[in-house]
Write a protein that binds this ligand. Structure first.
Ligand code: MD6
Ligand code: FE
Length: 208
């Protein structure tokens, strides 16, 4: 195996999901955070509602050609922010990670940004609003630690859990692309990266 390949071997694989612990050092986390702040300035965070009408506890925005959205009409991708303003460019530092770990994949056209303040969580779900499941979804964690739960392609199957910390990267790829997953809880205030505490999660996807 080449040095390059060895350098990008995941630190652990949980239920078929490769996880790179501490993929970003503190300087890289700060650089990416600066870029995410610019995204949020251009496309402010909002709390989407489930098709049932309940607001999610997570706040969201996006960058790229598409942004993920949800309301009474269902889950979907929008070509612009709900306010009508265009989505900003995907943060270059995030694109770099995608290209490093998945050089053969198509270019991502959405970077969904999730913000977890105290008490926010995300129920078990599949990412299946995209057209091409042969492409990975890459997740980058910044800020407070989060308990990530991962199962299989069926909601009722067994699950495993792992704490994701600032700078960790994981991917749903290959057989794990349609695995159920969610965030059970945040260890609020466990990181000092975000002023006021909380966690940011970026997911890069190919939508079309
Ligand atoms: C989160 N992550 O970490 C929620 N989706 O806040 C996701 O929903 C996710 O981590 C697709 C692929 C990887 C993920
Ligand atoms: Fe997801």
């Amino acid at each position: 195996m080449t040095e390059e390949k060895r350098a990008h071997r995941p630190d652990l694989v949980l239920a078929g999901v490769p996880i790179w612990k501490g993929f970003l050092d503190e300087a890289a986390q700060r650089a990416l955070l600066g870029e995410v702040r610019q995204v949020v300035r251009a496309a402010p965070m909002f709390s989407p509602r489930t098709p049932g009408g309940k607001p999610l506890s997570v706040q969201m925005t996006s960058a790229g050609r598409y942004g993920w959205y949800s309301d009474r009409q269902g889950y979907r991708y929008l070509p612009h922010h709900p306010s009508g303003t265009p989505w900003p460019e995907i943060p270059p530092e995030a694109l770099d990670i995608w290209r490093t770990l998945f050089p053969a994949a198509r270019a991502p056209d959405c970077c969904l940004v999730n913000l977890y303040r105290d008490g926010a969580r995300m129920g078990l779900h599949q990412d299946r609003d995209e057209a091409d499941f042969s492409q990975p979804v890459l997740s980058i964690s910044l800020g407070d630690a989060a308990l990530f739960r991962i199962g299989g392609p069926e909601r009722r199957g067994p699950t495993r859990s792992v704490w994701l910390e600032s700078g960790d990267v994981l991917a749903l790829t290959g057989p794990s692309r349609l695995a159920f997953h969610g965030i059970d809880r945040i260890r609020f205030g466990s990181s000092r990266l975000l002023a006021g505490g909380g966690r940011l999660n970026l997911t890069l996807r190919v939508v079309d």
